[in-house]
Design a protein. Structure first.
Length: 78
């Protein structure tokens, strides 16, 4: 079966090789199911990622604090 799976993308190749396949048609069906499943996972990830982004481009995080500069070196009042 290696000649049927040799040209597949590495992730799909891995999925197809996880099971014993005997015919070309079984190999094609497994590759198709693997690709469809991975597309579903990518789409789901993108959907969840978009839900986490703030609406209107406004950040929900507070602005970053300025770094500590130490005591001011201005004129001393003595």
């Amino acid at each position: 079966m290696w000649r049927y799976t040799d040209g597949l993308r590495p992730d799909i190749h891995h999925d197809v090789n996880m099971a014993y396949v005997t015919t070309y048609m079984v190999t094609v069906n497994r590759a198709y199911r693997s690709e469809r499943g991975r597309k579903y996972m990518r789409d789901d990830f993108q959907r969840k990622r978009q839900m986490q982004q703030p609406v209107g481009g406004k950040s929900s995080q507070q602005p970053a604090k300025r770094p500590f500069q130490g005591p001011s070196k201005g004129p001393s009042h003595q």
